[in-house]
Design a protein around this ligand. Structure first.
Ligand code: ADP
Length: 191
């Protein structure tokens, strides 16, 4: 069955950097929900309009907007190995993902948590230069709060299913990449 990997971690954990590397090095097809939503906004789609306010406040976009978008992208990916960055972000989305994978005859290979403390995450975001609208201090605090409240429960959710691998996200990007590669090898080995 085609590999399906989820990358989990707070804003500022380096998910974006690691996603690009995995795409380049391992040929995984990356589905990045934040990028898909920003593209929807830039293209002025109905989804983009409805998502905008939530994104600017640092809140999660309602599940009914995001779940269909991801289910469609997964269905389209055929038998390609995929990497999900930014989805799922709460238990409802994780349950929806399980359903979407089942319909596509896919199985979750591994969930990789890039673990970094809030201080490092916030410092990294404030040092970014892409100038994202939602990278201001108030919204960053809200995104970290939402992460702990809504997304962090997924750590226990996936641990209970034997799918969770923790990688320390504090060291250099190279060291984090190496940790992720090890986790992916271990995941394949235990299956
Ligand atoms: P970060 O991981 O730095 O918070 P993202 O680019 O992943 O940034 O997400 C930006 C915003 O897009 C989030 O704050 C949220 O509003 C929205 N978003 C992204 N993914 C999801 C999702 N799975 N569910 C709900 N909202 C999402």
């Amino acid at each position: 069955m085609a590999a399906t990997v989820v990358l989990l971690g707070p804003p500022g954990s380096g998910k974006g950097t690691q996603t690009s590397r995995l795409r380049d090095d391992l040929g995984l097809v990356a589905l990045v929900t934040g990028d898909l939503l920003r593209a929807a906004r830039a293209n002025g789609t109905a989804l983009g309009h409805r998502a905008a306010g939530y994104m600017d406040r640092g809140e999660l976009v309602p599940d009914e907007l995001i779940v269909g978008m991801i289910a469609e992208a997964i269905a389209k990916s055929g038998a390609e190995p995929i990497l999900l960055d930014g989805f799922p972000r709460n238990v409802g989305q994780a349950d929806a993902l399980a359903g979407a994978l089942e319909s596509s005859a896919r199985e979750l290979t591994a969930v990789i948590l890039i673990d970094v403390p809030d201080e490092i995450a916030a410092a990294r975001i404030s040092g970014r230069h892409e100038g994202r609208e939602d990278d201001n201090p108030t919204t960053v605090r809200e995104r970290l709060r939402v992460y702990h409240e809504e997304t962090e429960p997924l750590v226990a959710y996936y641990e209970a299913r034997g799918l969770l691998f923790r990688v320390d996200g504090a060291p250099s990007s190279d060291a984090v990449s190496a940790g992720i590669r090890e986790a992916l090898e271990a995941a394949a080995a235990i299956r």
